[in-house]
Write a protein that binds this ligand. Structure first.
Ligand code: XMP
Length: 226
């Protein structure tokens, strides 16, 4: 479905929904409820293993879909994975950067062929996320993402000071998407102030009694910054 791939990423609310529910009915129901309040929906192994990759084209009717597969392989395998993801209607893929320049370049090249985008994980948001992704390593990965013409990086909302440092490394050309808001303790406002373009919010929206109200709260929090 090449039309879905053509969906341009536009920053309207600054919110990406992390959709880690594992069944199709909930996935479609929650996404339709919050549609208009999110700029993209991020799917990963929980939902794709639960429902199949065809969920991507169904969700792309509501918002561009980002496949968070944290791809980390040799270039040939990366290419095969990226081809499946973009053919399925995803607009972007999240890949690891520690695999090095050749793997990263192959992902970007494959994405380009489909009009898709690549986000590179520079540092992870959980408490152990800075154990191997030390300050220097994540800065090197961010610099490599820029050199490889990736569309953006993934940086931790749980450490806004790191978002700020990584923004300084990549400058204004690349986007930053930041997970860790809500359930992991990060603040949407602090993360955007630190230089992120989008916050990624999962559990605090999809587990809420009313996901739309919860997404609206985040939207208003971000709007207040302007
Ligand atoms: P919650 O429920 O914590 O969901 O709001 C966060 C979502 O983001 C994913 N995640 C990450 N993805 N780099 C990534 O590429 C990260 O550092 C990172 N931290 C969290 C997580 O899998 C969930 O979908």
């Amino acid at each position: 479905n090449s039309n879905a791939n053509a969906t341009v990423f536009q920053r309207k609310t600054g919110i990406i929904l992390a959709l880690d529910v594992t069944d199709e009915a909930s996935a479609l129901e929650i996404t339709s409820e919050v549609s208009g309040l999110i700029d993209a929906v991020k799917i990963g192994y929980p939902l794709v293993l639960g429902t199949g990759l065809q969920i991507a084209s169904k969700l792309s009717k509501y918002a561009p879909v980002i496949a968070d597969f944290k791809v980390a392989d040799i270039p040939n395998t990366d290419r095969l994975i990226c081809e499946h993801v973009f053919k399925a209607g995803c607009a972007a893929i999240i890949v690891q950067g520690f695999t090095g320049p050749d793997s990263l370049t192959e992902c970007v090249k494959t994405a380009d062929e489909f009009g898709g985008k690549v986000f590179v994980v520079s540092e992870m948001s959980h408490p152990g996320g800075d154990h191997f992704f030390t300050d220097d390593v994540s800065k090197e990965i961010a610099a490599l993402a820029k050199k490889s013409d990736a569309f953006g990086i993934v940086a931790p909302a749980t450490r806004p000071e790191r978002v700020k440092e990584l923004r300084a490394v990549i400058g204004g050309d690349l986007k930053i998407i930041s997970p860790g808001v809500g359930a992991q303790g990060g603040s949407a406002a602090d993360t955007i102030k630190a230089g992120a373009d989008w916050v990624i919010v999962g559990r605090s929206i999809y587990n809420a009694e009313n996901p739309r109200d919860e997404a609206m709260k985040v939207k208003v929090e971000i709007e207040k910054l302007i």
